[in-house]
Design a protein around this ligand. Structure first.
Ligand SMILES: [Ca+2]
Ligand SMILES: [Ca+2]
Ligand SMILES: [Ca+2]
Ligand SMILES: [Ca+2]
Length: 690
């Protein structure tokens, strides 16, 4: 049944206590309070949002080490046929003592569907919750460091003061996680821009910070005089919203906001330079690189104290460090491809050059990993890269390929030396402008995303996921996609994205007796590719993308870390039936798909049909093979309150042969003028003959 949906309008606020009997949607999380939970403890948190949280029976988390008990809910009394609605659920969270620190995605599951993604912060220090009116220094909430304060910038003009005692010589660090917890919230139209200010006992401002990690602030300050101090959290424009929760980390422990170098080989013993207050204690810190490949966050040991988890990249590529001065092509640091380059745009207008020897026609891929919104790559650098001749003639350039990070593929026109240059787009620089560049052969490869991140399937019904492939460096082969860990009673069609297509459809179907449940699943692609003359199997994960509301009603898409399947109670549309389920066309031929929807007895609202996933006429996914289109004039897609429709598809005279491409019919129900819920038919296998 439901997959796509989104686009909350303000109209939802009008239906606070009751909903119409039909037009089912899923719970949409907007915020969690308190948003931080201490590991090794059990904590009760409130999860709030839109639509209906009544009957939530389970919570699902990214990673391991968190379990949840649902605190029993008390449904409000309503007059039938109205149904009770709750906008909140309380969870009793138990976090294992060895659970990974940091931000985690999670969801809750209700009988009618699984929620959009919410985020929680796992911390080591005691959590305290903002209390009462703390809008002035006089009314500040007392806190004892180290701690994590969970509060809210709940209204315009809200300022939150916290009072603390500090000793002369202590270096304190304060960090807020607030804006970073809002990026992937489905329908939070207005986002916070928090800032921090530190005051002494007399109200003199000692330090302030607005944007350190994207819009979130961080500041460290060395106390000169033992006494009372005040830390203030507010929005930089004095705005506020009850959904703007934050975690204020307040600690006398050393801070490593970044490290240099930012990458190393598994198991390597490195001396890294912390950027932050940890550098006051120890300029170079021994660090054993973990074995887990990829981008992670790890704590440093500084003089017997642990820092915050800081971002580090583990790679098998040989690692090199920039050597200053390298501000001109003549001073370039020599590197050998393939390698990982570690550097820093250390000052304003700094340029870093790297010279390498290349072979005519042997393509090289450069990818910067420094700053990507919505991830832990949080360097200050907005990279810009050029590949040049040793004389400085620019041959290729890139600014933004992955968020603010640059990437390009360079095919050398002749044997010889070439120079890679990296700089900040705005000529800024400083200790926090660390970067890593993957410099590797441009080998055939691909990546996969899936729209969307959750499936909600009624008994006997189906839901659709659209897998989208990006092919790189000449990879043209078919890609097999599999779903691992489906719940009991749920099946999915086989999918191999053909060589001539870049997308494919997965239809998940629940058996009529499938039990109510929700589980996280993993999608994986595998494909054969010729790598240096040898056939290899490339296995790649599929990144879930959640649709998010864009102001004005547009459909945004944001990468999340959870892919979830739920079996629900029967919804508005019980089933979308299609005939035929196998279609064979010759070029130039048409086929008519007859569609019958089974409505739940109390559901009489309008339904529309489609094969493409579209919003406001913009296509987001199209499972039809090349040359096959919908004949809109011959189709009946607006059913009103009816149950019968049809869609005519046509193969163009030049349509290439292709076998058994899965497509399906979506039945859309509008929840309001911006929220749409989609139900899917079983897969139809489409073949084009010669
Ligand atoms: Ca507050
Ligand atoms: Ca800010
Ligand atoms: Ca330089
Ligand atoms: Ca850039």
């Amino acid at each position: 049944m439901r997959t796509a949906s989104v686009f909350m309008g303000l109209t939802l606020a009008a239906t606070v206590l009751t909903s119409a009997s039909a037009q089912t949607s899923y719970p949409m999380i907007t915020h969690v309070h308190p948003v931080a939970v201490q590991r090794g403890k059990t904590t009760e948190v409130a999860v709030d949002g839109q639509m209906n949280f009544l009957g939530v029976y389970k919570a699902l988390f990214e990673g391991t080490g968190i379990t949840a008990e649902i605190v029993p809910q008390v449904p409000p009394k309503v007059v039938p046929p109205q149904k009770p609605v709750l906008r909140s659920v309380k969870l009793k969270l138990t976090v294992a003592a060895d659970a990974a620190l940091g931000v985690r995605d999670f969801r809750v599951a209700a009988p009618m569907g699984v929620s959009s993604v919410g985020q929680l912060l796992i911390v080591d220090d005691p959590v305290v919750v903002e209390a009462g009116d703390n809008n002035t220094r006089e009314k500040a909430n007392p806190i004892a460091l180290p701690c994590v304060v969970c509060g809210r910038i709940e209204a315009a003009e809200d300022v939150d003061f916290f009072k603390l005692r500090a000793e002369a010589g202590q270096t304190l660090t304060f960090e807020v996680l607030c804006a970073r917890l809002q990026d992937r919230i489905h329908d939070l139209q207005k986002h916070a821009d928090p800032m921090l200010t530190l005051y002494d006992a007399d109200g003199r401002e000692l330090a302030a910070n607005d944007d350190y990690y994207f819009a979130d602030p961080l500041l460290s300050y060395t106390i000169q005089k033992t006494g009372d101090y005040y830390i203030q959290v507010r929005d930089s424009k004095y705005d506020g919203d009850p959904r703007w929760v934050y975690a204020l980390i307040a600690t006398p422990r050393p801070c490593a906001a970044h490290v240099f170098p930012i990458a190393g080989n598994p198991g390597q013993a490195l001396d890294v330079e912390p950027v932050g207050s940890a550098a006051l204690l120890q300029a170079k810190v021994p660090f054993k690189v973990p074995d887990s490949l990829g981008i992670g966050q790890f704590q440093l040991d500084v003089k017997g104290m642990k820092t915050n988890p800081t971002t580090f990249i583990v790679s098998r590529l040989p690692q090199v460090l920039e050597v200053e001065p390298n501000d001109t092509p003549e001073q370039a640091t020599r590197v050998t491809i393939p390698c990982g380059i570690n550097g820093r745009i250390g000052t304003r207008r700094d340029l870093d050059h790297f010279v390498f020897t290349a072979t005519k026609g042997k393509a090289i891929r450069f990818e910067v990993k420094a700053r990507r919104f919505g991830t832990v790559l949080n360097s200050s650098l907005d990279s810009f890269i050029d590949v040049m001749t040793p004389k400085g003639d620019v041959l290729a350039s890139n600014d933004d390929a992955f968020g603010k990070d640059s990437a390009l593929v360079f095919t050398p026109p002749a044997d010889g030396d070439y120079v890679l240059r990296i700089r900040d787009l705005n000529s800024k620089g400083g200790p926090t402008f660390v970067y890593y560049i993957e410099a590797d052969w441009a080998l055939p490869d691909y990546s996969l995303r899936v729209d969307c991140d959750k499936a909600m399937i009624g008994p006997g019904s189906s839901a659709a996921w659209y897998v989208q492939a990006t092919r790189r460096n000449g990879f043209t082969g078919p890609i097999k996609v599999e779903v691992k860990g489906l719940p009991k009673g749920v099946t999915v069609n086989a999918l191999t994205i053909p060589a001539t297509m870049n997308e494919g459809l997965l239809v998940l179907t629940a058996a009529p007796d499938a039990p109510l449940d929700a589980v996280n699943v993993a999608l994986e692609g595998s494909a054969a590719a010729m790598i240096n003359g040898k056939e290899e199997t490339l296995v790649r994960p599929v990144t879930p993308i959640q649709e998010i509301y864009l102001p004005g009603g547009g459909r945004g898409r944001f990468e999340v870390n959870l892919q979830t399947v739920s079996v629900t109670e029967p919804s508005d549309i019980l089933k979308v039936e299609v005939k035929p389920q196998v279609i064979v066309l010759k070029p130039g031929q048409e086929a008519r798909i007859d569609v019958t929807i089974q409505r739940r007895a109390d559901f009489d609202k309008g339904v529309s049909l489609d094969i493409l996933l579209r919003h406001l006429e913009q296509p987001f996914a199209n499972p039809l093979p090349p040359g096959v289109t919908i004949e809109a004039g011959k189709s009946k897609t607006l059913l009103g309150g009816g149950t019968q429709g049809h869609i005519v598809i046509k193969a163009a005279p030049g349509a290439a042969p292709i076998e058994n491409v899965p497509i399906c019919v979506l039945a859309h129900v509008s929840v309001n003028f911006v929220v749409k819920v989609s139900y899917a038919s079983p897969a139809i296998l489409l073949t084009i003959e010669k």
